[in-house]
Design a protein around this ligand. Structure first.
Ligand code: OSB
Ligand code: MG
Length: 368
């Protein structure tokens, strides 16, 4: 494979509802799309960096510069055997995995289209229907949270993840558990706590949560191991796992019982496959995380979720939970059983709505 042209686009998409985590509130997304071209065929990827460097160090503008000044010169017109080898071209760049991963994912879409294979089959996926959960942000009141959960359960979603932070944790979880005694429930702290909060976090054990996601610092596997030894509830690592090597270290140190895999955070499909395989070899289940993606990133997440060790419901949910109108056609839909059925069309399996993308594009740059 060889890339002749890379087109960067920044689109603006208001969220249907604001999304609040322990690190901030998002009302409207700026999303960086990557289109790659070879011999008339195109592939699409999405950079999952946020608007601000609060989830990790990347944000939309850093990703744009890294792609333009360091990734594109390294990738353009270079011949590689397959999409699997694209990440190696940018392996010397420290960090910035979301930027590199957006381009890598586009190359996988391109290659799958050229081979006339669905992307999920091309990466070795097996599942033909994937289980879906939802991630619910911090709300203004417990009553609002309870009614949102009720609505998502009625829509069929298989598990509820609620965001927590100091001041919105044990008491809120207790009320959710009282109201919904039997649901699959988990919490995500996005690094809002310290190891000194271990006793407080231990109070969550009584609620039989599936897991506590990323309670401690974004870059600290060691403190997570210390915390895990004091908790009955499994820890799920998100922010901490950027590579298969880190996954292996975290598992060996017993810092987690579950891993959330995000394509962007680990730098694309080749590394995501390695994280998946390391976890599988150690009997650690994985699930696919989300970053409030547009339909393009969502479609990549769906393909990833078909790998065999994605045994827990992911944060991969319907387009309409986020967007009035998505940039793919058809939008992602979820069955009343809380699943997404996997299609058999080539590449990411959805049409790109280029007219709509053009109409919401704030800037565009072609790199040749
Ligand atoms: O930690 O999983 C997270 C959104 C933005 C940044 C980080 C996270 C999230 C989510 C939303 O939880 C998942 C989604 O529905 O896309
Ligand atoms: Mg998370």
């Amino acid at each position: 494979m060889k890339i002749d042209c890379i087109t960067l686009r920044e689109i603006r998409m208001p969220l249907v509802h604001p999304f609040e985590t322990s690190f901030g509130r998002t009302t409207s997304r700026r999303i960086l799309l990557v289109e790659v071209e070879n011999g008339g065929a195109t592939g699409w990827g999405e950079v999952t960096a946020g608007e601000r460097p609060f989830y990790n160090e990347e944000w939309v503008d850093s990703a744009w510069l890294i792609l333009r000044d360091f990734v594109a010169p390294q990738v353009l017109h270079k011949k590689v055997d397959s999409a699997m080898d694209v990440a190696r071209l940018t392996g010397h760049i420290r960090g910035h995995r979301m930027a590199c991963g957006g381009l890598e994912a586009a190359c996988w879409d391109l290659e799958a289209r050229q081979l006339r294979l669905p992307l999920w089959e091309h990466i070795g996926g097996l599942l033909t229907e994937i289980d879906c959960g939802v991630s619910i942000g911090i709300q203004g009141s417990v009553a609002e949270l309870l009614s949102l959960i009720e609505r998502e359960l009625a829509a069929g979603y298989q598990r509820i993840k609620m965001k927590i932070r100091p001041g919105w944790d044990v008491d809120v979880v207790r009320q959710v558990r009282e109201r919904f005694p039997d649901i699959r429930l988990m919490v995500d702290a996005n690094s809002a706590y310290l190891l000194a909060d271990a006793a407080h976090l231990g109070r969550l054990d009584e609620f039989e949560l599936m897991m506590i996601e990323q309670p401690l610092a974004h870059d600290d596997i060691i403190d997570h191991a210390r915390l895990q030894s004091q908790l009955a509830t499994p820890i799920c690592l998100d922010e901490c796992i950027r590579s298969a090597r880190q996954a292996e270290h975290a598992i060996e140190m017993k810092a987690c019982g579950i891993i959330n895999i995000k394509l962007g955070r680990v730098g694309g499909f080749s590394e995501a496959l390695l994280v998946h395989n390391v976890a599988r070899a150690h009997g650690i289940p994985v699930w696919c995380g989300g970053m409030l993606e547009s339909g393009i990133g969502r479609a990549h997440n769906i393909a990833l979720s078909t790998l065999e060790n994605f045994t827990l419901p992911g944060d991969v949910s319907a387009s309409k939970r986020y967007w009035e109108r998505d940039i793919i056609d058809p939008p992602v839909e979820v069955t009343s059983r809380g699943t997404i059925k996997i299609g058999s069309r080539p590449g990411i399996g959805y049409d790109i709505d280029l007219n709509y993308i053009d109409s919401i594009t704030a800037r565009k740059e072609e790199l040749t």
